[in-house]
Design a protein around this ligand. Sequence first.
Ligand SMILES: O=C(O)CCC(=O)C(=O)O
Ligand SMILES: [Fe+2]
Length: 286
Amino acid sequence: MRAEGRAGLQTDFVLNDQVNDYPIRSVETVASREELDEFVRSGYQVRRRLLNQQTAEVLGAAVLHLAQAEADHPDAECLPGMSSYIRSLLEKDEVFHPLLRLEPVLSIARLLLGPQRWIDLEARLNHAGCEGVAVPWHGHLPVIPDPLPPLFCFPHQIHCLIYLDRITEQEGALCLIPGSHLNAGLRIPLGDQSHQPGQVELFFEPGDAVLIHANLWHRTVPSTPAAGFRRLLLLGYVPSWLRADVGRGVPPDRRLTEKLVCAEGTEGTGDAGDAETRELLGEFRW
Ligand SMILES: O=C(O)CCC(=O)C(=O)O
Ligand SMILES: [Fe+2]
């Protein structure tokens, strides 16, 4: 990698890609060097008015529409009437496509993580008027082994949370522990919603966003009965080589591994095979 003009926040990355004649990928951002350094240290960066109010409204309506359309699907990830996750948004509504090149988030992600990224876009929705809806303390990529293997690929990702509704005390703050993305030894028990030393509480207007390192510990404060909708988009900037599908070559007539994913003798019943087999076949859930 050759880094040039760092003060001007343009970096020319030369890729060690023989096949493509060692191409240069230039990345330029409006974010300042101080902002980037601070993000690396703290693991988060708030970006107010990333989207304008009208765009937030349009995207919020699209998220609600998809949540309603999927609610009765057997694989829907929803607690009926409370909250839901909607995955693969880029495949479900073209209104989300402009987010592929959302700046300055894309250039920040490329400068800090490397230029070759793909974008995973998901949404979360909490329904209005529901008391006690919260996400306890968690990080997004809990895959760090101890001891750390010498060639371990550290799960550095940036996740951009874009709020499409106003988030006040009623909907519940987003709480973060600055610097916790660098503390793999921090172990908060599952379901913990307690106040943690040094936690920061954030509230948002529609269109505001926060970038977090995927392993920054965060949670939401439980909603009150007066809560409005809480809709947010989650953009994940994932290394382009990190994918379960190869995306080329002759596709199989039948996916024979589906047999392995189903437990022996129970194929087609929906029972899953053992966790190690599923992991070896590319499954990852948290
Ligand atoms: O609702 C929020 O503000 C954050 C939700 C969250 O952390 C998640 O869905 O992983
Ligand atoms: Fe989260």
